[in-house]
Design a protein around this ligand. Structure first.
Ligand SMILES: [Zn+2]
Length: 237
């Protein structure tokens, strides 16, 4: 076998291993695993956002609740003052009316704050329900993801003998390639999975661009190391 054919065979073995790995990443099981991974991430983000919203609302509700208590305290105070005033003969009717007005005002505020607090707590309770639902979805998706991951690992294990066979083949093929040529191949392989291209008429079998007749002659002779002027692949007859 000449060096060009040895190089080609070596590339074919490398491509076979790449294909095996690609196939493992395109099985229905692996695709399902990727979908579940995305779903888990989405549920987790939703859950974090809901918990943050709930905590913020609970902080607000605590503040509203303190205002509610404060208004109730003022109401009790105002009411006991009115009781004292009503016992007191010196109290004018204007003073009593003033006190009653401020009690009315306090009652209105207390009512509206109670309403606000109720709607906040309703919101918190429905958000808590959404948190529970999302947590359940996350848990189910996580279970499914782990089971699917296990199936992917099984698929990978089943492919191990084939992968080992190809790896041994790669080593055997590599031994046939002269060192100098192998170095050039390796340098190109860093950016291309198939750095070797056959001459295809007067075009490069890699990028399909036309080659000059000089290049075609040089490659065809089998005596020269030639790279495609366009894609830099190593051209072989
Ligand atoms: Zn090319």
């Amino acid at each position: 076998m000449n060096q060009w054919e040895a190089l080609w065979e070596y590339q074919q073995a490398n491509l076979a291993l790449a294909k095996l790995n690609d196939n493992l990443k395109s099985t229905p099981t692996y695709k399902k695993y990727l979908r579940l991974k995305t779903a888990c991430k989405k549920y987790q983000e939703m859950l974090n956002a809901l918990v943050a919203q709930l905590n913020a609302k609970l902080d607000d509700a605590n503040m509203v609740s303190s205002r509610f208590s404060e208004l109730q305290r003022q109401y009790e105070l105002e009411k006991s003052e009115l009781d004292i005033m009503e016992q007191d003969e010196m109290t004018t009717s204007a003073e009593a009316a003033e006190s009653k007005r401020s009690i009315e005002k306090l009652l209105t505020s207390i009512k509206s704050i109670a309403q606000e607090l109720r709607s906040m707590l309703n919101w918190c309770s429905s958000t808590q329900q959404r948190i529970n639902d999302t947590a359940a979805q996350l848990e189910a998706a996580t279970r499914d993801r782990e089971a699917t991951k296990q199936l992917c690992e099984d698929e990978r294990k089943q492919a191990v003998p084939e992968a080992e066979r190809i790896k041994a083949d790669i080593l055997a093929k590599r031994a046939e390639v002269p060192d100098e040529l192998l170095k050039k191949y390796m340098a190109l392989a860093a950016s291309k999975s198939n750095p070797v291209a056959r001459l295809d008429g007067n075009t490069c079998g890699g990028c399909h661009m036309s080659l000059s007749s000089i290049v075609v002659r040089q490659v065809s002779s089998g005596n020269n190391y030639v790279e495609c002027e366009n894609c830099r692949r190593i051209l072989i007859p």
